[in-house]
Ligand binder design. Sequence first.
Ligand SMILES: [Fe+2]
Ligand SMILES: [Fe+2]
Ligand SMILES: [Fe+2]
Ligand SMILES: [Fe+2]
Length: 285
Amino acid sequence: MNADIQGEHDAVVHYLMHAWTVAQVYGPQIEAIARDEMQHLKWLAHTVVHLRGTPDFSPRMVSPVSDLKSAVTADIAAENAAIAQYEDHIRQISDMTVQNLLRRIVLDERDHRRQFEEMLSKIDETDGELAGPSMVATKEVAQNLQKLLSYEYGQVLEFLFRYFVERHNETIGMGDEDRAIEEMKHLGWIAESMVALGTTPSWLPEDNQTGSIEDGSDEVKAYERLAEWAQNAYPEMIPRLHRIIGHEQYQNLTRHIRLFTVGSLKESVSNPWHKDVSQEKERKN
Ligand SMILES: [Fe+2]
Ligand SMILES: [Fe+2]
Ligand SMILES: [Fe+2]
Ligand SMILES: [Fe+2]
C-alpha cells in the first residue's frame, strides 16, 4: 500500500506541475484530477496507519515537460500504470475492505484516463507551448522563488505526516490537515508566479534539499524581501505575498513543534514522529 501511496503522490505532483506550467485551458480540469489523487492518497494513508504501518511521505521528483501534448501523453501512461498496479494489488490482498477501497480508487483512475485521452484528441500540434512571460525575474529572485517553492513542499509533507501519524488532542482552530492544504496553496501561487516570470519551477532542487530556510521567521523574512522587490517589479504578486505572509505568521504563532526539512523527514521516515517527540522532551528538560 505504500507503493500505492507513492504512486498517488507522484500523480499529485506531476498533475499539479502540468496544470501550473503547460495546461492552459485544461489547467482547472487537471487540477481537479490532482485533487482526486490527493483524496486517494488520504484514504490510503489512513488505511496504512490503521493497519499499524507508517505511511511513506518521502518527497517525489518531477521531470519537467515542455508542452501540453507530452504532458498529457505521460499522464495517460501514468493512469495505465496505476490501474495495472491496483489490479495487481487487489489480486494480492485478501482483505475485502482494502480490496473494495482499491476498486473504488480504480474507478476514478479509469475516468482520469478517459479525460486525458479526450484532451489528447483535442490538442492541436501548435497548442500548449509555453506562452512568453510578461516579465522576467532576475536570477536572484528566481533562486529565492525556487527555494521558497521547495520549502513549501517540505512543509506540506511535514504537516501531512503529522496529520496522519500524530494522535491529536483537541485544538483551537487550524489543524495539521488545514496547514498542509494552506502550504499547498502557497506552493501553487509560487509556482504560477515563477511561470509568469519566465522561470520553470523545479519540484525539488538538484541536491534534493529544501533550501536553507531553517525556521518559520526566516521564511517570513524571505517572503517580505520578495514583496519589497515585487512592489515595483511585479505588483500583481503583492496581494498573494501578503496573504502568504499572514498565513505564515499565524502558523508561527500556533506551531509548537520543531520544524523538520524534507531531508530530515526522509532520513527518519521509519518512525520520525517518535524521534521528534523525544527530542522535544529532551529540550524541555
Ligand atoms: Fe489516484
Ligand atoms: Fe488518476
Ligand atoms: Fe507556506
Ligand atoms: Fe509555512
